[in-house]
Design a binder for this molecule. Structure first.
Ligand code: F58
Length: 837
């Protein structure tokens, strides 16, 4: 079967026709009556047709060639808007621009209409989407499994200086990128009890008799690679009632109960939990995790069997990656499916399970390590609890045999935490059930082995490895920063988009004064654009010539936005005292959401806004320092922030940030970094050269040592007059119309507890910022360092991360998907990177 050019052609004429036809035939609109959103949807659907052609071909290829497939299991994804990305990857930006322009529309305007799927909290979800992009671009057979939350991460507004959460209604106008697959529906059992029996062959069998059953329905979104045939898919599950009406209840006139059942079932995928680090032991969250895991595994097993493959070879065809512990129930669920539902013996099933899974850890923070009360776990998943116990029994027997008499070690390793209440330790389940475990940056992987997984390292040293995170250069350079992408491509060609190491060829240009000038002009233009956006959205005017100093990420005490604030106030008080103080003009920008229930994080947002209010209005410092909180940080907004940064703040307490990926996005766009030796900062500093990185602060080892000595934060205060002054200033109520109570909890916490070592790092941070200011006064030196930073960021492409997973964890090979182009000459009309927009 061949498809006509109307649905897949890539010329301007084809796209124009397709856009108009879709607008009319699918949306029932003529251009004169169409809303901006109609126009966007028509274009998105027209482009989706082109993408789907790749998708169909890709699936056929995988089936024909019996591919080994990566299944990425993640409770969160943050893909960002799809339209621009698909235009870039298809290589038809220019054609689409012209097509819509000939119809009187502007492509940038249409692209801007797209609402992004906010199906994640932060770094972990965005990493999953960078990985989906790299898997497709590297032509690796893969599928991403996740949850189709009806309400994603809340939209953030700032009112009277405080965060206000607004429900995210991303589906309100429909989602043109997804295709529902009602035929792909799986049953999900919940609650109830188990019944043991002996079957006809005398084998011990267990039957799970659930209390409730819901079903999961597949929604597919195509994920196209960059200029390749490969188009993988992201399959998200939506929960529904098994029957939309309980007819039995309805027959008896109990209409409300019938509808109630439907509502309760759909609850499972209603909303994303908006906590970025602290885990809450909520029943619904466990239901979500199980729902994700069982639908995904049933789907894989179905495909496996349809293709006539034997179940004891499941692991040879599927490499399943657990994105943190959220999907780690998969270990118990695959055992249940293989043993209870498909009749495999325990040992075979266990071998298959362990060879199938690998687990990525993203945190060392104790409050983020998942553990479920045994009572709650057993009530929802009675059979899984039995399976966890059996896995544990066998595992601990092995431990006892190796470490005779070492009961303390057995207790530490057990899947069940019995030290005060009984909990299932999800990280232990993931480690025991996987053949590989990795951290997300070198330092993090080392700390993981030395701390939370120390006993497992002693047991299975070969299981542990590191895969440092990366980010996709398609979205975070080619799409986010077309002028810089063009400048780079003009000098070294466009190969960097697929092979980021080629940025190295920019190094000699750091010494070229004319190139440096162009580089500065590009940066200035990005800052001007951002300044206009800020003025429009917040009413604050900022000077594009000032140093743009950005800290954008979730708000958390360990990320230490308040350390940044202490520095701002230090400058402010200095300027107030001595207006002659030489301070190069700086604009401090913050963005990020706080978990709705995280009191201290929300107070930090209020503090930032209170400081902005005072500083921006004070004639004594106006135009020398400005402070802005940019509301509603998400992928779409972030793409406007990275290109405009001169300085990237990566100032977490050493040992707390597993990797960080914002650090990579900033550096890739030419920002210099001020940072601690934490997460991937360590490797970024090595790569760009220590002379191009502003380093300060305690090391992870020093932090651990301070903790062991239980140092008093007030000792630091006693020795530092400037720090005392800043803390007194905040406590005085000067930032809160004289109200001394508002910021008291924050100041008291720093003075008496300071769990994230803000005070001991204060002096080093302020001094390091002085070095930053001094360097900024020499624009040629600054630009040179900016160019060298970008030139040396090749290693931080998510393509490199994915290659490492393929080689060291998954043992999966790329597979070329051949595609006959609809118009063989279409791609040659556009230069990637140069006309990416
Ligand atoms: C982040 N974790 C790490 N968790 O904090 C960051 O250092 C790392 O770069 C990134 O993962 C990618 O590896 C993170 O974003 C979450 O958002 C979870 C959401 C669900 C609840 C627990 C935290």
């Amino acid at each position: 079967m061949t498809l006509g050019d109307l649905r897949t052609g890539l010329t301007v004429a084809d796209l124009k026709q397709s856009f108009l036809d879709t607008l009319f035939c699918t949306l029932g609109r003529v251009p004169s009556a169409a809303t901006p959103h109609d126009l966007y949807t028509a274009l998105a659907l027209a482009i989706r047709d082109r993408v789907l052609k790749h998708g169909v071909q890709t699936l056929e290829t995988y089936h024909e060639r019996d591919a080994r497939v990566v299944a990425y299991l993640s409770a969160e994804y943050l893909p960002g808007p799809h339209l621009a990305n698909n235009l870039l990857n298809l290589g038809i930006w220019e054609q689409a621009r012209q097509a819509v322009e000939e119809l009187g529309c502007n492509l940038d305007f249409l692209v801007e209409q797209e609402e992004e799927p906010g199906l994640g909290n932060g770094g972990l979800g965005r990493l999953a989407s960078c990985f989906m992009d790299s898997l497709a671009s590297l032509e690796v057979p893969a599928v991403g499994y996740g949850l189709r939350y009806e309400f994603g991460i809340f939209d953030q507004a700032i009112r009277d200086g405080a965060q206000v959460e607004i429900t995210d209604k991303w589906l309100r106008y429909g989602n043109p990128w997804e295709i529902v697959r009602p035929e792909l529906t799986y049953e999900v059992k919940l609650g109830g009890h188990t019944e043991a029996e002996t079957d006809e062959q005398g084998r011990y069998r267990v039957r799970w008799v659930p209390a409730r059953v819901v079903q999961g329905i597949a929604y597919d979104t195509p994920i196209l690679g960059y200029r390749v045939g490969t188009c993988n898919r992201l399959r998200l599950w939506k929960a529904e009632a098994v029957e939309s009406f309980d007819f039995a209840a309805f027959d008896h006139g109990d209409y409300y109960r019938a509808v109630q059942d439907k509502l309760v079932s759909e609850n499972i995928t209603k909303v994303l939990y908006p906590n970025d680090e602290a885990i809450q032991g909520k029943n619904l969250r466990l239901e979500q995790q199980f729902f994700l895991v069982t639908c995904s595994l049933q789907d894989m097993l179905r495909v496996h069997q349809v293709l006539g493959r034997p179940l004891d070879k499941f692991h040879e065809k599927w490499a399943v990656q657990l994105n943190d512990t959220h999907p780690s129930l998969a270990v118990a669920e695959l055992m249940r499916l293989l043993v209870d539902e498909h009749g495999l013996d325990w040992d075979t099933a266990w071998h298959v399970t362990r060879q199938t899974f690998a687990y990525t850890n993203h945190t060392l923070l104790p409050e983020a390590l998942e553990k479920w009360p045994v009572s709650l776990f057993g009530a929802l998943l009675p059979r899984h609890l039995e399976i966890v116990y059996e896995i544990n029994r066998r595992f601990l027997d092995e431990v006892r045999a190796r470490f005779l008499g070492d009961d303390a070690r057995v207790a530490r390793l057990s899947l069940i935490d019995e030290g005060g209440g009984r909990y299932v330790r999800m990280a232990h389940l993931a480690v025991v059930g996987s053949h590989k475990v990795n951290g997300v940056a070198r330092l993090h992987s080392e700390l993981l082995k030395e701390t939370v997984l120390r006993d497992f390292t002693a047991l299975w040293p070969e299981k542990f490895c590191n895969v440092t995170n990366g980010v996709t250069p398609r979205r975070f350079l080619a799409l986010a920063n077309p002028p810089l992408a063009r400048l780079i491509t003009g000098q070294i060609g466009d190969g960097w988009i697929k092979n980021l190491d080629q940025l190295r060829d920019l190094e000699p240009l750091a010494d070229d004064a004319a190139f440096r000038l162009e580089w500065r002009e590009v940066k200035l233009a990005a800052k001007q654009q951002l300044a206009a956006r800020i003025a429009e959205r917040t009413g604050v005017t900022v000077d594009p010539a000032s140093l743009f100093d950005l800290q954008v990420k979730r708000i958390h005490e360990y990320k230490r936005q308040h350390l940044n604030v202490l520095h701002i106030l230090t400058l402010y008080l200095r300027l107030k005292r001595d207006p002659q103080t030489e301070v190069p003009a700086r604009t401090f920008l913050f963005a990020g959401k706080a978990a709705p229930g995280y009191f201290m994080a929300k107070l930090i947002i209020r503090l930032i806004n209170a400081v902005a209010q005072i500083v921006n209005c004070d004639p004594a410092v106006r135009d020398r320092i400005k402070v802005v909180f940019c509301p509603d940080f998400n992928v779409k907004n972030a793409q406007h922030l990275y290109p405009a940064a001169d300085l990237s703040e990566q100032i977490s307490t050493a040992g707390k940030e597993a990797s960080g990926t914002g650090n990579m996005k900033f550096a890739l766009n030419g920002a210099l970094t001020i940072g601690t030796l934490d997460g991937a900062n360590v490797e970024i500093r090595e790569a760009v050269g220590p002379e191009n990185f502003f380093l300060f602060g305690l090391t992870a080892a020093q932090v651990i040592e301070r903790q062991a000595r239980s140092c008093q934060p007030c000792e630091v205060c006693e020795q530092n007059a400037a720090l005392r002054e800043v803390l007194d200033f905040i406590a005085s109520g000067a930032l809160a119309d004289g109200d001394t109570s508002l910021f008291r909890p924050l100041v008291d916490n720093l003075r008496w507890c300071d769990p994230f070592h803000v005070l001991p790092d204060y002096q080093a941070y302020v001094e390091c910022q002085e070095q930053v200011s001094a360097r900024w006064r020499d624009p040629e030196a600054w630009t040179r360092q900016s160019i060298l930073t970008v030139a040396r960021m090749g290693r931080f492409s998510s393509d490199r991360s994915i290659r490492e997973y393929c080689d060291h964890v998954w043992q999966v090979q790329p597979m070329r998907v051949a595609l006959a182009p609809a118009n063989p000459d279409a791609d040659s009309t556009v230069q990637p990177g140069s006309s990416a927009r």
